[in-house]
Design a protein around this ligand. Structure first.
Ligand code: NAD
Length: 271
């Protein structure tokens, strides 16, 4: 898409953090925004703040894992804003700090439901809008943790890797339909993620000390508004991979090197 003015963007996980940063950035370039989240109270405050700054905004209560909730969201956005042209699947939870032995079946299922099936649900419900509008763009939030399986983060890394693969497949599949696809892979961003994810781990919603690794999203230096502007830039320039932390490039290079060594061994074996 080369122009976002007047276009409707539907953004999940937009009550705060990166989702709200993306909503602000779309509004800044004249986009009309539907902000969706499971946390209705914080969502209402954030939507009011966006409206005060002059944005055309609609707040949509949504649990990304609940298909009836998606049906109601589609209806509400159609009635208030019309067809969606930009879909941002951003809602997610983190299992940062949980080693595999601590990951119960309940935690695993819930993380897959929110971080991966939630993205499927978004595309399934709004792809018809993008087609009917004659084109559009889909952004899904993964993570640098999706490019590399990290210790004490296995369900998160697994689901975020799947979001990258899903986005790559959709990018190839939808290119001829005028629908762009991007996957956002941030490093640490200051947000409430450590807090909004505590229920997943069965922990009470209390403060954690800043040096607690599970609280890293509370102390990271990059701010969500910066990520939001990067996303708008990525959509306008039709980038498949939207990165925010260029200093983390070495992670990917290290992984590529390990994969290369695997192929070298396969070559030596077959030769
Ligand atoms: N903060 C970081 O360092 C970081 C880094 C890489 C990726 N991410 C990803 O960015 C995305 C946004 O996270 P954030 O850091 O802004 O945290 P955040 O907690 O501020 O935002 C996540 C939002 O998702 C909402 N949410 C959770 N479950 C939901 C559900 N079932 N249905 C609808 N909404 C739901 C939460 O209420 C919350 O508002 C997530 O997908 C996260 O994995 C964050």
């Amino acid at each position: 898409m080369t122009e976002l003015t007047g276009k409707v963007a539907f953004i999940t996980g937009a009550a705060g953090g990166i989702g709200l940063g993306i909503a602000r950035a779309f509004a800044e370039v004249g986009g009309r925004v539907a902000v969706a989240d499971i946390d209705e109270a914080v969502l209402a405050e954030s939507a009011a703040e966006l409206a005060e700054s002059g944005a055309e905004v609609v707040a949509v209560p949504l649990d990304v894992t609940d298909r009836d909730s998606w049906a109601a969201a589609v209806e509400s956005v159609h009635a208030k804003l019309g067809l969606v042209q930009v879909l941002v699947n951003n809602a997610g939870v983190s299992t940062n700090g949980m080693r595999f032995d601590e990951v119960s079946p309940r935690v695993w299922d819930r993380v897959v439901e929110i971080n991966l099936t939630g993205v499927y649900n978004g595309v399934h419900n709004f792809l018809p809008d993008l087609r009917a509008a004659g084109g559009g763009h889909i952004v899904s939030t993964s993570s640098m943790g999706g490019l590399m399986g990290l210790p004490a983060l296995s369900p998160y890394s697994a689901t975020k890797a799947a979001v990258i693969a899903l986005s790559e497949a959709l990018h190839a599949e939808l290119a001829d339909d005028g629908i762009g696809v991007s996957v956002l892979c941030p490093g640490g961003v200051r947000s409430r993620l450590w807090r909004t994810s505590r229920a997943i781990k069965g922990l009470p919603d209390t403060d954690v000390p800043p040096d607690d690794q599970s609280g890293q999203s509370a102390t990271a230096s990059m701010l969500p508004d910066e990520v939001g502007r990067r996303v708008v830039d990525g959509v306008l320039s039709d980038e498949l991979y939207i990165f925010t932390h260029p200093e983390m490039r070495g992670w990917v290079a290290e992984r590529e090197e390990r994969i290369r060594r695997g192929f070298d061994r396969a070559e030596a074996f077959s030769g």
